[in-house]
Design a protein around this ligand. Sequence first.
Ligand code: GLU
Length: 496
Amino acid sequence: MKERVRFAPSPTGPLHIGGLRTALFNYLYTKSRNGTFILRIEDTDRNRLVKNSDKYIEKALSWAGIIPDESPSLGGEYGPYMQSERISIYNEKIELLIAADKAYYAFDTDEELGRLRSEKEKKGLVFKYDYSTRCSLDNSLSMNGEDIDTRIKKDSFVIRLKVNSGKTISEDLLRGLVHFDNSVLDDKILVKTDGFPTYHFANIVDDHLMKITTVIRGEEWLPSLPLHGLIHEAFGWEKPNYIHLPLILKPYGKGKLSKRDGAKGGFPIFPLSWEKDEGFKEMGFLSSGMINYLALLGWNPGSDDEFFNLDDLIKLFNIKGLQKGGAKFDFEKAKWINQQHLLRLDFNEFEINFPERVIDLKNKYPSKCAEIFLLVRERLKLAGDFEKEIEFFLKDPADYDQKAINKLRSKNDVEVIIKEIEAVVEKNGVDRLKENLSTLSGNKNINFGSIMQLLRISLVGKLSGPDIVKVSVLIEKSLTLKRLANLKNHIKNNLS
Ligand code: GLU
């Protein structure tokens, strides 16, 4: 049977990287089996809706290359894919459960339930709306003689699942059988007073009607599994397979990764920017790097390889590689993986991904961008490092590493050396600079390392950076000479 798998986020805010990872595993599982990947937006909790977060979810998935086959914007055979557009379907289905005596109307007010709850609490007990209490509460099962249709017209109500005593056994493909005693469950609300279905009800109805074969979601939904099983059973529907993914944990300490951890550790928590929060994309992650890192968060490819693009992952993905325990988020590792992806780009590809980062370079060096990019590429962990790495191509160094200069001065007459370098550049240009400076070193008995360090400090201001001879070729003879003169002046001015 062809797999049909869905990612079903609630638009209660922007997609978190944990949500993106869930979407990714759904996608990899589906595509590795040639199945259909569905995006369904679960927006029935009207109080928690966050404007535009549904659009954000679609945009973030598309950035990541996780493209659905059916979705709210693409449509599909089993639509609509936005739950708020399916209310008539849920109404029809709940009628079936009521008629079959599997669900019932409940009229208890919030005040009354609150009172019962606090009464129990005072005795150290927990109030539950379940088979042991429902007959003494205000619902269609306890009503004597009164007409239900009349009552539902005049009073507000919810509809609850009638959960009988007994045991529920559910299966998770990763964790095996999960046993639950129904006494821990209550008669969960399926339809709320506003007429909207709860997440649990709409989720099960849609999984059935959309012919979902496998549900892959976060571990936080594992406790809902028995309830979901009971709703399927109430309808007499076959259950899909379930896989609950391990949590993404904080980098340090215990517990689930939260937005606060991002703020503390200096990393984003959303794939794309949201309001004032920078996303991974804006920080300089390639979507391929992000996806590669997220795939390794809770999944093991079965080898020591760590570099994968989306197609590799589709080929390799297997649920045997999924781990049960939580996976710690490691930002340094994420950056390292991103670096491996940046290393495989040429300038054009870099520009396509980060057009705004190359504007100044293109203006100043229209024909040399590709070469300059290759020169600094290995130094980029984030695309955001690019501007810093090419800064000296755009402007003369603003300050110099004085400590390095002092060290050189303690052993050499640096002004003389700079003058000698200038003479070499003046005479021969920058094309065979290394050989010419090596000859200078031999002829005048000047330490070659000191020559190169002074050249480097003059061109980039400090001792680190890319191949300095290549830099001087790219900025050409006249700018090389200008910067050598600048350094000479700087040293003269800072002598006393
Ligand atoms: N709407 C739920 C969420 O936001 C979906 C859970 C599920 O996949 O069943 O996570």
